[in-house]
Design a protein around this ligand. Sequence first.
Ligand SMILES: NC(=O)c1ccc[n+]([C@@H]2O[C@H](COP(=O)([O-])OP(=O)(O)OC[C@H]3O[C@@H](n4cnc5c(N)ncnc54)[C@H](OP(=O)(O)O)[C@@H]3O)[C@@H](O)[C@H]2O)c1
Length: 338
Amino acid sequence: MIRVGIVGVTGYTGSELIRILIKHPNVRITGLFSRSAYNKPLKKVFPQFASKLNLICDKPLVDIISSKCDLVFLALPHTASMDMGAGLIKAGVRVIDLSADYRIKDLKVYSKFYALRHKDPQGVKKAVYGLTELFSEEIKKAQLVANPGCYPTAAILSLAPLVSLGIADLSTIVIDAKSGVSGAGRKKAEEFLLNKEKDDFKAYKVGVHQHTPEINQELSFLAGDEVNVTFVPHLLPIYRGILETIYLKKRKKYADKDIIGVYKKFYRRKPFVRIRKVGVFPSIKDVVNTNFCDIGIKDLGDSIIIVSAIDNLIKGASGQAVENMNIMYGFPETSGLI
Ligand SMILES: NC(=O)c1ccc[n+]([C@@H]2O[C@H](COP(=O)([O-])OP(=O)(O)OC[C@H]3O[C@@H](n4cnc5c(N)ncnc54)[C@H](OP(=O)(O)O)[C@@H]3O)[C@@H](O)[C@H]2O)c1
């Protein structure tokens, strides 16, 4: 049994981690860390966990975390994670960070999109991008995993086969993405649900969303060439789930290629990617409360349309984080997740 902890337990991804890890057969939750719920029993914060996990929340301090845990999940806003990462690594704790702090390798790009100078460049160098379907060999050995963003998870899984096998015309990729309000974290989501966004649908951060460089970084790595996608996120008036519709041109020599066959082969040993049959496309309801990424593909000969769906809080955050932990410790990849 490894001893695991969660920092930022009162947030959406923190509480989702508790829910998943309580039932995980290979780990024990030995530490819960919170600024706002410090000294409170978990059952006072989340009554649904009463009699399942009787822990009192601790202060999120490196020495307390390292005395209680072998591995810790940082379910914190960006900037808060980078304040703790270096200390935890030095103390020998393995870290899975759910924020964006360790995802972007180019520190100038990080500063531009997150509006601050990075405080832990060494951690960024060390971190492994935790998209489990693509980087499991690196994840096995990692001490610090940068868990992918929610939009990038669906986008990169949707495009990886076409980009890495040279089928996509890299200059033509358009990602039209929609997310439920929980993608913005507990405080903002509660404001959205109470206010006017409740019965509305709109684009936001058009052309400037911080997940754009993350998607470009990983697709460029897979392509071995520069990729600059057009990415537009939208806010859906629902609680959870992401649906992305992605458009691109194929390179001419692949006009007759069996594209669904390519995806099935690419993901054949990947338990959480489900490729739909010809003419069948996923909806958000198909994946909510699961760790699956469902992908449907329409091949139009010279172009391709891909529709993918994930639960932003599970495959897009806490579920994928647990998958990363499973790989890091050699547990079955699906442990605690099916
Ligand atoms: N929501 C999603 O769908 C999603 C998907 C992928 C990735 N992420 C990323 O995962 C991280 C957590 O997201 P979330 O949705 O769980 O956010 P959240 O609901 O806003 O929770 C974040 C928690 O972090 C703690 N916190 C807040 N401000 C802090 C500060 N300045 N310093 C230290 N701790 C602070 C608080 O917990 P305590 O008071 O208990 O300490 C808070 O409840 C974010 O970086 C987010 O971008 C979220």
